[in-house]
Design a protein around this ligand. Structure first.
Ligand code: SF4
Ligand code: SF4
Length: 113
């Protein structure tokens, strides 16, 4: 079970001060042996800017007190941390420097078996 997750995809609707507020996420990678081929399929661009400033609050949620990490499903079967399409890394980091499309995110924690 993933205990912490940090994500740089700041334009994702679920991103609040680099924490992921989605209850579950889905990472896609298939049979890749390279983390750059993985991406977060749960990424959803916050086009409508529903929450204009998510650095401290997201809706009624105080970001500083939010410590949950999502349950992570993942089909990158060649990753060390993948067991039966679930992620068992203690901490996961998602990259998203050009984060306006799903495919530009990446699981940096991917480690080939
Ligand atoms: S890109 Fe994925 S991990 Fe990052 S905040 Fe969005 S749903 Fe969560
Ligand atoms: S660390 Fe591995 S198993 Fe976990 S989400 Fe990333 S690619 Fe998938």
């Amino acid at each position: 079970m993933v205990e912490s997750l940090l994500c740089d995809a700041k334009t994702c609707v679920y991103n609040a001060a680099r924490k992921c507020t989605a209850p579950t996420i889905n990472i896609v990678g298939g049979t890749t042996k390279n983390g750059s081929d993985t991406y977060c399929a749960t990424f959803t661009e916050d086009r409508d800017q529903v929450f204009s400033d998510k650095s401290t609050m997201i809706g009624d949620l105080e970001v500083s007190s939010f410590d949950d990490a999502p349950s992570v499903s993942c089909n990158a079967v060649n990753c060390t941390y993948n067991d039966n399409n679930k992620c068992y890394a203690a901490g996961v980091k998602i990259l998203g420097p050009k984060d306006t499309a799903i495919g530009s995110t990446e699981c940096q924690t991917f480690r080939p078996e």
